[in-house]
Design a binder for this molecule. Structure first.
Ligand code: URA
Length: 209
């Protein structure tokens, strides 16, 4: 069963409060999401493998550690996921960025993929899917399906706020995908919004509606 990690760092929790606030305007909302994504990237990379190399300091030769060349890719789910990409790239600038677009079939209500562009070497990369909100989990499950179908083996899912329903949906279908969140909220309402949540993440990021 996949694990759920709640990043309860005080800076993340503080910024998340202002992200939730309905009086936070588009510019500030976007900046805060960016900052929280950076802080979450710091936490999510905690287990990255290191290797020892030799380095010449001005004083002597030393053995010191560097990242062991693990290849990473970030995959935002369109459109709100885009708001988290730059924040992650602040800390992992060499990561490649794939994109997955999904729409909801009006009859079946199931998410259907309309766009997918991933780095060519899918099988060699570790993936972090980003989307600010994990609501029903439908899009997340489909995005993970899409990566796995193309050969991805190591996938993490990172979002700001999750509903218990979304976490359960991922765990049920993709027990190998760990979930990284800033907050686990109470529930979904009848319109599919997370409660208390932050409203529509895409609209608040892009100033639409
Ligand atoms: N997507 C959002 O943007 N907000 C929610 O509350 C649920 C899904």
């Amino acid at each position: 069963m996949s694990k759920v990690y709640v990043f309860d760092h005080p800076l993340i929790q503080h910024k998340l409060t202002y992200i939730r606030d309905k009086n936070t305007g588009t510019k500030e909302f976007r900046e805060l999401v960016d900052e929280v994504a950076t802080l979450m990237a710091f936490e999510i990379t905690r287990e990255m493998p290191l290797e020892e190399i030799e380095v010449e300091t001005p004083v002597t030769t030393a053995k010191s550690k560097v990242l062991s060349g693990k290849k990473l890719a970030i995959v935002p789910i369109l459109r709100a996921g885009i708001g988290m990409v730059d924040g992650v790239l602040n800390l992992i600038p060499a990561a490649k960025v794939g994109h997955i677009g999904l729409y909801r079939d009006p009859e079946t209500l199931k998410p259907i993929e309309y766009y997918a562009k991933l780095p060519a070497d899918v099988e060699e990369r570790d993936f972090i899917i980003v989307d600010p909100m994990l609501a029903t989990g439908g899009s997340a499950v489909e995005a993970i399906n899409s990566l796995k179908k193309r050969g991805a083996k190591n996938i993490k899912f990172m979002c700001l706020i999750a509903a218990p329903e979304g976490v359960e949906a991922i765990q049920k279908v993709h027990g190998d995908v760990d979930i990284y969140i800033a907050a686990l909220d109470e529930k979904l309402n009848d319109h599919g919004y997370i409660v208390p949540g932050l409203g529509d993440a895409g609209d608040r990021l892009f100033g639409t509606k």
